[in-house]
Design a protein around this ligand. Structure first.
Ligand code: SF4
Length: 386
């Protein structure tokens, strides 16, 4: 992405009135263009003088992370999210022969910059139908490496390798992760596996949001390398080949050029265009082969990506959830529930405490900004320190 495009995108995002903005610099591989990445990071800092309100993440395969670049990213407070599936067999399925490179990288980071490693590094594991049986080994390996934040997600498109028999194996793997995590928590007081550390689960009968995600309301914008914006990057037809059925959703989410004068108007019209497409709505009408979401005890906490619905081969039913996503969500939410029970409710209590503290901090910053005692956004062409 050329710098002029990156800057236009950042200006748009940073000039929103939102008090809390998350920016994810991802690809492809964003480190292939580290010059633009560096300029973007400096620009964000300069544009908003209240960096606590802007969280920037770079998502990378990790193979191009040099010591200099890492120092830069840590120094500027970025989260470095490395896609890494743990043990060599699982990593080979997705990332070629990169296990040794990433294994050495984690060792180097932990030894040289232990504080930055703990604070800024997240490992993102993607489970495929073909790698389920290595999932717990992967988490065990990352815990042993001292990783403090481990995200685990299922493949977001359809996975032909997930079969009826895969569910039992997924259950066993998540069970093992649960036991490893309880043991780890007792030893260290930490919960690195993100799906276990989330907010307390909603009670049965809690209200369920009708929308599946933030894409149709313009709260999850993606921008491609040409500067074209989308309600969600997963529907960007310029970035990936989409199944024919996704075309209608992609058209609705297409916001055109990020710096075009018509952009604000198209963004304002987005909920009207996309918010009525059934693929994004009617959460309670969704179902998988395992059952109806309306009857599932986890429906208020379960996140289903509409893009995954489009990728089911031959599917024309906007309410049909891929079985892999349903199974993954169910077993991980059930594990979170059990983790909380096994730790005597301390985890959800701690989570609530942390959230309250974070909200109080946010309120204080917003108050300062409104009173003019903290610096306001100062961005603009002349502030570009590139
Ligand atoms: S776990 Fe499955 S059945 Fe339950 S709400 Fe999620 S997708 Fe629906």
């Amino acid at each position: 992405m050329p710098w002029s495009t990156a800057r236009a995108a950042l200006e748009r995002v940073l000039s929103t009135p939102a008090s809390d903005v998350s920016i994810d610099l991802s690809g492809g591989e964003p480190l292939l263009n580290s010059a633009t990445l560096r300029r973007a990071v400096r620009f964000v800092e300069t544009y908003r003088a209240a960096p606590a309100l802007v969280r920037t993440t770079v998502t990378t395969n990790g193979t191009r992370l040099t010591a200099r670049l890492l120092s830069f990213l840590f120094e500027h407070g970025l989260t470095v999210r490395i896609s890494f599936d743990g043990v060599p067999a699982a990593q080979r399925e997705r990332g070629g022969d990169t296990f040794r490179t990433l294994d050495r990288l984690l060792d180097r980071l932990r030894t040289r910059d232990p504080a930055d490693f703990a604070r800024h590094v997240t490992i993102h594991m993607t489970v495929l139908g073909s790698t389920i049986s290595w999932l717990a080994d992967g988490v065990e390996y990352l815990l042993a490496k001292g990783v403090r934040r481990i995200e685990v997600g299922s493949r977001s498109t359809f996975d032909p390798d997930f079969r009826a028999s895969s569910r039992g194996e997924l259950d066993r793997q998540v069970d093992r992760i649960l036991l490893l995590s309880v043991e780890h928590w007792r030893r260290t007081g930490e919960i690195p596996v993100v799906f276990l550390a989330g907010p307390p689960l909603q009670r049965a009968g809690a209200p369920v949001r009708d929308l599946l995600c933030a894409a149709p309301i313009g709260r999850a914008l993606g921008v491609d390398t040409e500067g074209r914006a989308w309600g969600c990057a997963l529907f960007a037809s310029s970035l990936r080949s989409l199944p024919p059925w996704a075309a209608e959703a992609a058209r609705a989410l297409d916001l055109g050029g990020i710096s075009a004068p018509s952009f604000p108007r198209r963004l304002a019209a987005l909920p009207r265009r996309a918010g009525t497409l059934r693929i994004f709505t009617d959460r309670l009408a969704k179902r998988s082969s395992y059952g109806a979401c309306a009857e599932c005890r986890f429906v208020a906490d379960c996140h289903v990506c509409p893009a995954a619905i489009c990728h089911i081969p031959g599917n024309c039913d906007p309410d049909l959830v891929p079985d892999f996503i349903c199974a993954f969500n169910y077993v991980t939410l059930a594990a979170r529930e059990r983790f909380d029970e096994m730790t005597g409710g301390e985890v959800s209590a701690a989570w609530c405490g942390e959230m309250k503290a974070a909200l109080a901090r946010l309120e204080a910053v917003v108050k300062e900004l409104s009173a003019g005692t903290a610096a306001r956004p100062t961005g603009g062409p002349e502030r570009d320190h590139a």
